[in-house]
Design a protein around this ligand. Structure first.
Ligand code: HEM
Length: 454
């Protein structure tokens, strides 16, 4: 077996300083320099091997639950934020919860959510003015939060004072998560034999508590009302074990916080990146606008319109290629695993990065160019299955993938129909890899209302 190749680690800190300075740039560099299976050290107790060959990615993702585990329960920050919910749980427990949630995501069911998505987007646009300056990240986060709360909890948070607090808490969680993940201080303190509070961890805990308070209040309101709303919350509340017991409040909290975060933050980022890229590519924006106007005129889009908006769909695909909201997937082999000629020991971390693979020139000509036109059926047919996987794959495939694709296309069409979004200058737009990939500090834009009406 050859010696494992990777950037030389520092004592104690491994590669954390390089990684922490610029995680995405670091991943780009080491995967280019060392290739598939590169070994890095960014966690205190184990090595990470980054896999960049689509066939190996497929093996890892498809075999998750058998020869690979997610291993997120070992990750203290993940556990703190998401607990033991659908994203982080494993085994029989995960399977039961997934089966429970699945009906809420069937195609026919989510088609009925389309109307809410457009109605809420339209409602937000009623408050937008020509010439107004706006933080688009915040606006998209707010919109997708209202949509997920309505669809999962049957609660409209519009105008609810709790919405502001929760938005702030979500932002704190994301800021702190990204800070903690790359913190050398944290890495050092994790090696101490006693647990000391890491700077900033208190802020993170407080923000998580604020999220919990909202979610548990929604659960309590529903329990008090006692009516079946036919939504995901009712399904979770009605679920019974063989012994007749229901889910505990702690478990409900984990599942609902997971769905709340995974279900809005990801799509909000995809939408924000969409308008960033459109603002840099006026020719794409013009084509989008022409498609939307040609198909819809002045009426709002519906789910039935989506097949007639193919260019809108191509834009969504290309945005998720260049800025995959989930930029890093982590797995743990249960036994030593051979990745070509690299031996990955049991218990090590296998890292898979949609960010790295979606920008590989071997799969994508001009990989850094924003070209929605590249997504032709011929191009897709020759692309290796796991060279493009914004929603992961195998049994742990994103449960909300169709929900998200529909939401992104409908909201994008609704906005593009009425507004041109210009990125405010001067502004350096940088990708911040937190739990999800978001523009660092948000995206400041100026809105221009389209005057023409057919
Ligand atoms: C553009 C938007 C989205 C992206 C890019 C995305 C991406 C992903 C990815 C890559 C995974 C797999 C993670 C892994 O294997 O470690 C995942 C899992 C998950 N996503 Fe999404 N997601 C999006 C939207 C949504 C939405 C809208 C929902 C819910 C309404 C959702 C709920 C979940 C859940 C519950 C899981 C865990 C599934 C399981 O392990 O059984 N996601 N997502």
């Amino acid at each position: 077996m050859p010696t494992l190749a990777g950037p030389p680690p520092l004592p104690v800190l491994g590669n954390l300083l390089d990684f922490g300075r610029d995680p995405l740039g670091f991943l780009d560099r080491v995967t280019q320099q060392y290739g598939c299976g590169v070994k890095i050290r960014i966690e205190s107790a184990r090595d990470t091997y980054i896999v960049t060959d689509p066939a190996q990615v497929e093996e890892v993702l498809v075999n998750t639950g058998r020869t690979f585990q997610k291993g997120y329960q070992r990750h203290p920050l993940m556990r703190l934020v998401l607990g033991n919910g659908l994203v982080t749980s494993e085994g029989e427990f995960w399977l039961r919860q997934r089966r429970l949630a699945q009906p809420a995501f069937h195609r026919a069911r989510i088609a009925s959510y389309g109307e809410t998505m457009v109605r809420f987007a339209d409602r937000q646009l009623q408050g937008w003015q020509d010439g107004q300056d706006l933080n688009l990240s915040e606006a998209m986060m707010h919109l997708t939060m209202e949509i997920i709360t309505q669809t999962v909890f049957d609660v409209d948070l519009h105008g609810d004072p709790r919405a502001q607090n929760v938005s702030r808490a979500v932002n704190t969680v994301l800021d702190e998560y990204s800070h903690q993940m790359t913190s050398a201080v944290r890495a050092l303190m994790e090696r101490l034999p006693i647990h000391l509070p890491v700077p900033g961890e208190g802020r993170l805990r407080k923000a998580v508590q604020e999220l919990d308070t909202l979610i548990l209040a929604l659960v309590a309101e529903r329990r008090a009302e006692g009516r079946d709303h036919g939504d995901l919350l009712s399904m979770f509340l009605d679920a019974r074990d063989e012994d007749g017991s229901g889910m505990t409040d702690a478990q409900l909290r984990d599942e609902l916080v997971t769905l709340f975060l995974a279900g809005h933050e990801t799509t909000a980022n995809a939408l924000t990146w969409s308008f960033f890229l459109l603002s840099q590519h006026p020719e794409v924006e013009a084509k989008l606008h022409a498609e939307v106007r040609g198909v819809l005129g002045n009426r709002l889009p519906t789910v039935q319109d989506l097949p007639r908006l193919p260019y809108t769909g191509q834009i969504v695909k290309e945005v998720l290629r260049l800025y995959p909201p989930v930029w890093w997937l982590s797995r743990e082999p249960q036994a030593d695993w051979r990745c070509d000629d690299v031996l990955v020991p049991a218990g090590a971390e296998v890292g898979i990065s949609p960010w790295v693979m979606h920008r590989d020139a071997g799969f994508y000509p001009e990989p850094l160019a924003f070209q929605p036109e590249r997504w032709t059926p011929e191009f897709e047919a020759q692309l290796p299955r796991y060279a493009y996987f914004p929603f992961g794959g195998g049994p742990r495939l994103c449960i909300g993938n169709n929900f998200a694709l529909m939401e992104a296309a409908l909201v994008m069409a609704t906005i593009a129909q009425r507004f041109h979004v210009e990125v405010s200058e001067p502004q350096q737009v940088m990708a911040d890899p937190s739990l999800t990939l978001r523009p660092k500090g948000g995206l400041r834009v100026r809105l221009h209302e389209r005057k023409e009406r057919s």
